[in-house]
Design a binder for this molecule. Sequence first.
Ligand code: SAM
Length: 250
Amino acid sequence: MDKCANEGDLRNNSYVLMIPNERLKMSEYYSKNLSSNLLKQCYEIAPKRVQQYLISETNYVVEFIDDSDSVLELGCGYGRVLKILSPHSSEVIGIDTSRESLELAFEYTKNNPRCHLLQASAEMLPFLENSIDKVVCIQNGISAFKVDPKELIQESIRVTKTGGVCIFSSYSPKFWKHRLDWFQMQADADLIGEIDFEKTKDGIIVCKDGFKATTYTSDDFDYLVRQLDVDAQIIEIDESSVFCIINVEK
Ligand SMILES: C[S@@+](CC[C@H](N)C(=O)[O-])C[C@H]1O[C@@H](n2cnc3c(N)ncnc32)[C@H](O)[C@@H]1O
Protein backbone atom coordinates (compact mmCIF):
# COMPACT_ATOMS: atom_id res chain seq x y z
CA MET A 1 0.00 0.00 0.00
CA ASP A 2 1.70 3.14 -1.12
CA LYS A 3 -0.82 5.75 -0.09
CA CYS A 4 -0.99 5.64 3.70
CA ALA A 5 2.03 6.28 5.81
CA ASN A 6 4.00 4.94 8.25
CA GLU A 7 7.03 4.13 6.23
CA GLY A 8 6.87 7.58 4.73
CA ASP A 9 4.89 10.71 5.01
CA LEU A 10 1.63 11.24 3.21
CA ARG A 11 1.32 14.12 0.82
CA ASN A 12 4.47 15.94 1.89
CA ASN A 13 3.45 16.32 5.49
CA SER A 14 6.25 18.45 6.86
CA TYR A 15 5.26 17.88 10.48
CA VAL A 16 5.91 14.20 10.48
CA LEU A 17 8.52 12.43 12.54
CA MET A 18 8.33 8.74 11.74
CA ILE A 19 7.88 6.09 14.40
CA PRO A 20 8.55 2.41 13.71
CA ASN A 21 5.55 0.26 12.90
CA GLU A 22 6.11 -2.12 15.81
CA ARG A 23 5.80 0.73 18.28
CA LEU A 24 2.28 1.50 17.15
CA LYS A 25 -0.10 0.13 19.76
CA MET A 26 -3.07 -0.88 17.64
CA SER A 27 -6.51 -0.43 19.03
CA GLU A 28 -7.63 -3.98 18.44
CA TYR A 29 -11.37 -3.65 18.03
CA TYR A 30 -11.46 -0.80 15.51
CA SER A 31 -8.51 -2.05 13.49
CA LYS A 32 -9.78 -5.62 13.31
CA ASN A 33 -13.57 -5.28 13.37
CA LEU A 34 -14.74 -1.75 12.71
CA SER A 35 -12.68 0.05 10.11
CA SER A 36 -13.08 1.58 6.68
CA ASN A 37 -16.51 1.01 5.09
CA LEU A 38 -17.92 -0.70 8.19
CA LEU A 39 -17.09 2.38 10.27
CA LYS A 40 -18.57 4.58 7.53
CA GLN A 41 -21.80 2.58 7.60
CA CYS A 42 -22.16 3.22 11.36
CA TYR A 43 -22.43 6.92 10.58
CA GLU A 44 -24.56 6.46 7.48
CA ILE A 45 -27.28 4.54 9.32
CA ALA A 46 -27.47 7.09 12.15
CA PRO A 47 -31.07 8.14 12.85
CA LYS A 48 -32.17 11.78 12.66
CA ARG A 49 -31.45 12.76 16.27
CA VAL A 50 -27.99 11.20 16.05
CA GLN A 51 -27.34 13.08 12.79
CA GLN A 52 -28.25 16.26 14.65
CA TYR A 53 -25.81 15.34 17.42
CA LEU A 54 -23.01 14.73 14.91
CA ILE A 55 -23.65 18.05 13.14
CA SER A 56 -23.81 19.94 16.46
CA GLU A 57 -20.55 18.33 17.55
CA THR A 58 -18.57 19.37 14.44
CA ASN A 59 -20.27 22.80 14.27
CA TYR A 60 -19.06 23.45 17.80
CA VAL A 61 -15.50 22.45 16.88
CA VAL A 62 -15.54 24.78 13.87
CA GLU A 63 -16.15 27.72 16.25
CA PHE A 64 -12.62 27.22 17.63
CA ILE A 65 -10.86 27.07 14.27
CA ASP A 66 -9.32 29.96 12.35
CA ASP A 67 -8.58 30.00 8.62
CA SER A 68 -4.84 30.00 9.29
CA ASP A 69 -4.91 27.03 11.70
CA SER A 70 -3.32 23.64 11.34
CA VAL A 71 -5.74 21.11 12.80
CA LEU A 72 -4.87 17.60 13.95
CA GLU A 73 -7.69 15.09 14.37
CA LEU A 74 -6.93 12.10 16.59
CA GLY A 75 -8.66 8.91 15.42
CA CYS A 76 -9.83 10.34 12.09
CA GLY A 77 -11.33 7.07 10.83
CA TYR A 78 -12.42 7.36 7.18
CA GLY A 79 -12.05 11.17 7.15
CA ARG A 80 -15.60 12.25 8.00
CA VAL A 81 -14.53 15.04 10.38
CA LEU A 82 -11.45 16.04 8.35
CA LYS A 83 -13.68 16.78 5.37
CA ILE A 84 -15.90 19.03 7.49
CA LEU A 85 -13.01 20.90 9.16
CA SER A 86 -10.81 21.33 6.09
CA PRO A 87 -12.61 24.35 4.53
CA HIS A 88 -12.29 26.22 7.85
CA SER A 89 -8.53 25.77 8.34
CA SER A 90 -5.25 26.03 6.47
CA GLU A 91 -4.59 22.30 6.72
CA VAL A 92 -5.96 19.25 8.46
CA ILE A 93 -3.98 16.23 9.56
CA GLY A 94 -5.70 12.98 10.51
CA ILE A 95 -4.06 10.17 12.42
CA ASP A 96 -5.56 6.75 13.06
CA THR A 97 -4.28 3.32 14.01
CA SER A 98 -6.35 1.60 11.32
CA ARG A 99 -4.62 1.41 7.98
CA GLU A 100 -7.86 0.31 6.29
CA SER A 101 -9.71 3.37 7.57
CA LEU A 102 -6.86 5.61 6.42
CA GLU A 103 -7.03 4.08 2.95
CA LEU A 104 -10.69 5.00 2.75
CA ALA A 105 -9.90 8.45 4.19
CA PHE A 106 -7.44 8.92 1.36
CA GLU A 107 -10.25 8.31 -1.15
CA TYR A 108 -12.81 10.26 0.87
CA THR A 109 -10.61 13.39 1.04
CA LYS A 110 -9.22 12.96 -2.46
CA ASN A 111 -7.98 16.01 -4.32
CA ASN A 112 -7.62 17.96 -1.10
CA PRO A 113 -3.96 19.01 -0.93
CA ARG A 114 -4.57 20.51 2.53
CA CYS A 115 -5.49 17.15 4.05
CA HIS A 116 -2.73 14.86 5.37
CA LEU A 117 -3.09 11.34 6.75
CA LEU A 118 -0.82 9.31 8.95
CA GLN A 119 -0.94 5.95 10.68
CA ALA A 120 -0.10 6.58 14.32
CA SER A 121 -1.48 6.14 17.80
CA ALA A 122 -2.85 9.12 19.70
CA GLU A 123 -0.84 8.21 22.77
CA MET A 124 2.47 8.71 20.92
CA LEU A 125 2.04 11.41 18.33
CA PRO A 126 4.72 11.62 15.65
CA PHE A 127 4.77 15.41 15.69
CA LEU A 128 7.13 17.99 17.08
CA GLU A 129 6.32 19.92 20.24
CA ASN A 130 4.41 23.16 19.66
CA SER A 131 3.67 22.33 16.01
CA ILE A 132 -0.16 22.27 15.74
CA ASP A 133 -2.70 25.03 16.36
CA LYS A 134 -5.74 22.91 17.26
CA VAL A 135 -5.95 19.26 18.30
CA VAL A 136 -9.37 17.64 17.96
CA CYS A 137 -10.38 14.38 19.62
CA ILE A 138 -14.15 14.10 19.34
CA GLN A 139 -16.70 11.29 18.94
CA ASN A 140 -15.68 9.89 22.33
CA GLY A 141 -12.14 9.18 21.12
CA ILE A 142 -10.92 9.48 24.71
CA SER A 143 -12.89 6.30 25.43
CA ALA A 144 -12.50 4.59 22.04
CA PHE A 145 -8.70 4.70 21.98
CA LYS A 146 -8.32 2.59 25.15
CA VAL A 147 -5.32 4.61 26.24
CA ASP A 148 -4.54 6.36 29.51
CA PRO A 149 -6.67 9.53 29.28
CA LYS A 150 -4.13 11.62 31.17
CA GLU A 151 -1.36 10.58 28.79
CA LEU A 152 -3.65 11.25 25.83
CA ILE A 153 -4.31 14.80 27.03
CA GLN A 154 -0.66 15.43 27.90
CA GLU A 155 0.47 14.19 24.49
CA SER A 156 -2.12 16.40 22.78
CA ILE A 157 -0.91 19.41 24.77
CA ARG A 158 2.72 18.60 23.92
CA VAL A 159 2.17 18.96 20.17
CA THR A 160 -0.11 21.99 20.48
CA LYS A 161 1.34 25.48 20.13
CA THR A 162 1.18 27.88 23.06
CA GLY A 163 -2.10 29.72 22.66
CA GLY A 164 -3.61 26.75 20.85
CA VAL A 165 -6.51 24.58 21.95
CA CYS A 166 -7.13 20.87 22.47
CA ILE A 167 -10.74 19.81 22.02
CA PHE A 168 -12.13 16.57 23.46
CA SER A 169 -15.72 15.36 23.45
CA SER A 170 -17.76 12.52 24.84
CA TYR A 171 -21.50 11.85 25.18
CA SER A 172 -23.90 13.71 27.45
CA PRO A 173 -25.80 11.39 29.82
CA LYS A 174 -28.95 13.10 28.44
CA PHE A 175 -28.25 11.45 25.09
CA TRP A 176 -28.11 7.90 26.48
CA LYS A 177 -31.36 6.63 24.93
CA HIS A 178 -30.47 7.99 21.44
CA ARG A 179 -26.93 6.65 21.73
CA LEU A 180 -28.18 3.22 22.72
CA ASP A 181 -30.78 3.18 19.90
CA TRP A 182 -27.99 4.01 17.43
CA PHE A 183 -25.73 1.25 18.75
CA GLN A 184 -28.66 -1.18 18.58
CA MET A 185 -29.02 -0.23 14.90
CA GLN A 186 -25.31 -0.90 14.42
CA ALA A 187 -25.69 -4.29 16.10
CA ASP A 188 -28.76 -5.09 13.95
CA ALA A 189 -26.68 -4.28 10.87
CA ASP A 190 -23.91 -6.61 12.14
CA LEU A 191 -21.47 -3.71 12.34
CA ILE A 192 -20.84 -4.42 16.04
CA GLY A 193 -21.71 -7.48 18.11
CA GLU A 194 -24.97 -8.16 19.91
CA ILE A 195 -25.44 -5.73 22.81
CA ASP A 196 -25.07 -7.35 26.23
CA PHE A 197 -27.92 -5.67 28.07
CA GLU A 198 -26.91 -7.11 31.42
CA LYS A 199 -23.67 -5.15 31.27
CA THR A 200 -24.92 -2.14 29.31
CA LYS A 201 -25.86 0.72 31.63
CA ASP A 202 -24.72 4.02 33.15
CA GLY A 203 -22.96 5.27 30.02
CA ILE A 204 -21.28 1.97 29.24
CA ILE A 205 -22.18 -0.08 26.16
CA VAL A 206 -20.89 -3.66 26.10
CA CYS A 207 -21.30 -6.04 23.15
CA LYS A 208 -20.88 -9.79 23.20
CA ASP A 209 -18.03 -9.60 20.65
CA GLY A 210 -15.77 -7.57 22.95
CA PHE A 211 -16.83 -4.07 21.94
CA LYS A 212 -17.00 -1.71 24.92
CA ALA A 213 -17.68 2.02 24.91
CA THR A 214 -17.57 4.13 28.06
CA THR A 215 -18.40 7.78 28.70
CA TYR A 216 -16.42 10.75 30.00
CA THR A 217 -18.86 12.85 31.97
CA SER A 218 -18.33 16.51 32.90
CA ASP A 219 -17.11 15.28 36.29
CA ASP A 220 -14.66 12.85 34.68
CA PHE A 221 -13.22 15.62 32.49
CA ASP A 222 -13.13 17.97 35.47
CA TYR A 223 -11.19 15.41 37.53
CA LEU A 224 -8.70 14.91 34.68
CA VAL A 225 -8.00 18.57 34.00
CA ARG A 226 -7.63 19.31 37.73
CA GLN A 227 -5.09 16.51 38.02
CA LEU A 228 -3.19 17.90 35.06
CA ASP A 229 -3.54 21.47 36.31
CA VAL A 230 -4.55 22.84 32.91
CA ASP A 231 -6.86 25.69 31.97
CA ALA A 232 -10.05 24.13 30.62
CA GLN A 233 -13.76 24.69 30.09
CA ILE A 234 -16.22 21.83 30.21
CA ILE A 235 -19.48 22.41 28.43
CA GLU A 236 -22.48 20.40 27.32
CA ILE A 237 -24.05 21.21 23.95
CA ASP A 238 -27.25 20.09 22.23
CA GLU A 239 -28.04 17.78 25.16
CA SER A 240 -25.81 15.33 23.31
CA SER A 241 -22.08 16.12 23.67
CA VAL A 242 -19.87 17.03 26.59
CA PHE A 243 -16.82 19.03 25.48
CA CYS A 244 -13.59 19.62 27.34
CA ILE A 245 -11.73 22.57 25.81
CA ILE A 246 -8.13 22.94 26.97
CA ASN A 247 -6.36 26.25 26.44
CA VAL A 248 -2.72 25.45 25.99
CA GLU A 249 -0.32 27.65 27.92
CA LYS A 250 3.31 26.60 28.36
C1 SAM B 1 -15.47 6.16 16.90
S1 SAM B 1 -14.30 6.15 15.58
C2 SAM B 1 -14.34 7.88 15.15
C3 SAM B 1 -13.83 8.20 13.77
C4 SAM B 1 -13.86 9.69 13.41
N1 SAM B 1 -13.27 10.52 14.45
C5 SAM B 1 -15.27 10.17 13.15
O1 SAM B 1 -15.83 10.84 14.02
O2 SAM B 1 -15.81 9.89 12.06
C6 SAM B 1 -12.77 6.00 16.49
C7 SAM B 1 -11.52 5.94 15.62
O3 SAM B 1 -10.38 5.95 16.48
C8 SAM B 1 -9.40 5.08 15.94
N2 SAM B 1 -8.48 4.69 17.02
C9 SAM B 1 -8.63 3.72 17.95
N3 SAM B 1 -7.58 3.73 18.80
C10 SAM B 1 -6.75 4.72 18.40
C11 SAM B 1 -5.52 5.24 18.88
N4 SAM B 1 -4.92 4.71 19.95
N5 SAM B 1 -4.97 6.28 18.22
C12 SAM B 1 -5.57 6.82 17.13
N6 SAM B 1 -6.74 6.38 16.64
C13 SAM B 1 -7.32 5.34 17.25
C14 SAM B 1 -10.20 3.93 15.36
O4 SAM B 1 -9.46 3.19 14.40
C15 SAM B 1 -11.40 4.68 14.78
O5 SAM B 1 -11.15 5.04 13.44
